[in-house]
Design a protein around this ligand. Sequence first.
Ligand code: ADP
Ligand code: MG
Length: 359
Amino acid sequence: MSHLLVTNLHKQFAGKPPTTAIDQLSFEIEEGEFVVLLGPSGCGKTTTLRCLAGLEKADAGTITLGGRTWFDSARRVALPPEKRNIGMVFQSYALWPHMTVRRNIGYPLRARRKKGQDAARWVEEAAALVGCQNLLDRYPAQLSGGQQQRVSLARSLVSRPDLILFDEPLSNLDAKLREDVRAQLHELHRRLRFTAVFVTHDQSEALALAERVAVMREGRFEQIGTPHEVFEHPATEYVADFIGLSVRLEATRTDGITRLAGVAADGRLPAPVRHGEFVLRARPDDLRIGPTAPALPTMTTVPVSIVDKVFGGRTIDVYVRLGEQRVHARIPVDDTYGWVRGLRAGDEVVLGFRPENVR
Ligand code: ADP
Ligand code: MG
């Protein structure tokens, strides 16, 4: 039996015109599972979390957890947030500035009237889990952003909740810290196996943390699957674009020849039709450039011209013109770097890709 079961959840906001924030959403989550909702700003991620938490009331649908009904519009059941044993972690750490770390972490326990020795021990355990046991007597203003987010993580864990909701919790951290806290969260979940719904617009974060990813678009799920499934077999162009297959090539196939943006390709390419038009998708990292087709012997190639190049440390971004299209290739900085660095706008080169990397 699934742990969290959501059926036909629907939420509209009044306005002219009204906004459908969640559109007949149904999904199930197993106990201990880590599910990520991935989608762009405005697609309904926060509204979904707020409905799960009971902070927002859906117009229709049901939410049950462990067989207990939290929300059922038809039966007029709507448990208030404090009756749902949930932990929440937000982008803004949402710590009380006038409370010490100890009191902040213990807040959910006091809200549930859990006091005394046990409560004190649970606070210390939660603090130890995220490595902030030495910060217990400080105030939030005395902590760095990363420390504040760890405190807020400890607060979400302290009441041993049935479900933890994360709303873009890493977005306010700088890149290095974001990876540290992400790794720590991954490790915590591996040890504690709490049930989690984690919301983000960052595909690498989603792929790193999720056991299942739901790619969200305009209040609906476009695809649900393991990170591997979604990454390797995106069901739609929208999903493909969102998980990094950002290179879009207009293709036509006639008389056994595939043309990309009107330019004949040399080599194999996947073609869903024997005759006609289709769209191919690829990742910039999977593309290569070479002086001539024989220089990329294992690849399918098309002639292109250089538009621009941007140095990025370990990689160099090369923009090329293919017919009327501009294509972005990300080339690793290795022994071919000297050649790539010497390129000038207008130079004629070839763009290469392996057929198996093209969708
Ligand atoms: P996300 O978290 O994915 O960025 P949200 O759930 O915040 O998306 O918003 C989904 C849609 O609902 C957006 O179009 C947003 O403008 C709208 N919306 C969210 N909250 C409200 C509200 N309180 N009143 C009116 N519209 C809202
Ligand atoms: Mg949001």
